[in-house]
Design a binder for this molecule. Structure first.
Ligand code: PLP
Length: 451
């Protein structure tokens, strides 16, 4: 390590608490300090070059160093660096972006509310839905249905919707009324002898049974990621989403598609709900909306929901919710430019063009002694490592082998994310065929070194 990175690392260890990190383990290893990025690559302060196989945090769609986004930010900062959209104020970038989002998302979604992060977007969903149901005179209709291993963020409400033990444990969550259903991952949660179709039928029967038990009049909404990302890249079984949609419609339960990872072309369709065949009443988006060059997220919802909220805000005199940076002009200007790039280069079609090469390339490792399942869709994939291929028994403790693999990945010049023992890949949408071949090869070498 250079002297610079040594002193930076020391300063980091002396001052920071890192998100999603074992703080004491970090004190031993120190951080990898990333200094710059270009295209699909990043470099650390020691000069090591990596392919960013997770696009940062599933988000840098256009790759690093896209000067058009820097120019858009500079232009907006020079003209109007900040203004809010509270109390009847507005500005052009947030208006234009809302128009664009309404244009490209499924038809019933006609309204946009801006937040800074995916967590705040899902938190806002809870508040919108509660506010709406109070306004409609049905204050008992407040519960959410979510899934085990679903990821919706970490604020008090969105963290409650998340179905992962580490996001609940010792945080006193869930703190809102939520029922977590079986994770729709056939490999892990299918029963012995069950077909995928039978698995889907069982999950739908469970959903019906939970609604029956809780009472549809107490359930406000069902939230899910079309393809589950941060819980371990899990593809829904055939027929699952249309089935969930039909049941929600029957019981007057709103359907929320959390597209924070899926959105803007990750799974093949422009949005995950298109890939998996359902139409939500509410959608949350973030990450690839700006390629994470600026923090931004949005909630999209139907005119019907808007009307109920608008009427109530008129009665009360305000809609008492919003963030200082809701619709931030620089973030929304960057999002507009980013979406223009995605459209001009047809990057929302990249998952259809290049996804098969990534998926097929990785599936050659299905026979690797460590690998239980290779899964994914479009340009997102997961490789689950297991202690016993035949019984699918996980390693104990979960995560140790995955973490080792990630370190070997670094040594091979590939950054991926170990989620427990699932190795997640989600490269920038600008990847080429040659890049994908390199990612696949480097992953293979990391697996061999781990074995
Ligand atoms: N929803 C999904 C599906 C996510 O993957 C994430 C983050 O990874 C979030 C919500 C939370 O977003 P943020 O980290 O911006 O709060």
């Amino acid at each position: 390590m250079t002297q610079l990175s040594n002193s930076l690392a020391a300063a980091d260890l002396a001052t920071s608490l890192h998100p999603y990190t074992d703080a004491r383990a970090l004190e031993e290893t120190g951080p990898i300090i990333i200094a710059r990025g270009e295209g699909i690559h990043v470099w650390d302060t020691a000069g090591n070059k990596y392919i960013e196989g997770l696009a940062g945090l599933w988000s840098v769609a256009v790759g690093f160093g896209e000067t058009r986004l820097a120019d858009a930010a500079h232009k907006q900062m020079s003209q109007l660096p900040y203004y809010h959209i509270f109390a009847a104020k507005a500005h052009e970038p947030s208006i234009r972006l809302a128009e664009k989002l309404v244009e490209i998302t499924p038809e019933p979604l006609t309204r946009v509310f801006y937040t800074n992060s995916g967590s705040e977007a899902n938190d806002t969903v809870v508040k919108l839905v509660w506010y709406m149901n109070n306004a409609l005179g049905r204050p008992e209709k407040k519960k959410f249905l979510a899934r085990n291993k679903g990821y919706h963020g970490i604020t008090i409400a969105s963290g409650s919707l998340t179905g992962l033990p580490n996001n609940h444990r010792d945080f006193d969550l869930p703190a809102i009324p939520v029922v977590h259903l079986t994770c729709p991952h056939f490999y892990r949660f299918g029963q012995e002898g069950e077909t995928e179709a039978e698995f889907t039928a069982r999950l739908l029967a469970e959903l019906e049974a939970v609604i029956e038990r809780e009472g549809a009049e107490t359930i406000a909404a069902f939230i899910g990621e079309p393809l589950m990302g941060a819980g371990g890249v899990m593809v829904p079984p055939e027929g699952y989403w249309p089935g969930v949609e039909a049941i929600c419609r029957k019981h007057d339960i709103l359907l929320v598609s959390d597209e924070v990872i899926n959105g803007f072309g990750r799974t093949g369709g422009r949005f995950g709900c298109e890939t998996y065949g359902f139409t939500p009443d509410i959608m949350t988006v973030s990450k690839q909306i700006t390629s994470s060059y600026m923090p931004l997220a949005a909630v999209l919802f139907t005119e019907e929901i808007y009307d109920a909220i608008a009427d109530n805000s008129h009665k009360i005199g305000t809609f008492g919710h919003g963030y200082t940076a809701s619709g931030h002009p620089v973030a929304t200007a960057v999002a507009l430019e980013n979406l223009a790039i995605l459209e001009e280069r047809d990057l929302m079609g990249a998952a259809n063009r290049l996804g098969p090469r990534l998926q097929e390339g990785l599936r050659q490792y299905a026979d690797h002694p460590l690998v239980g399942e290779v899964r994914g869709a479009g340009l997102i994939a997961g490789i689950e490592l297991v202690a016993d291929k035949a019984t699918r028994a996980p390693f104990a403790p979960i995560g140790r082998v995955g973490a080792q693999a990630a370190i070997f990945g670094h040594a091979e010049g590939l950054i991926f994310r170990a989620i427990g023992d699932t190795l997640a890949l989600c490269p920038p949408l600008i990847v080429t065929e040659a890049d994908i071949d390199q990612i696949v090869e480097k992953m293979g070498r990391a697996l061999d070194r781990t074995a």
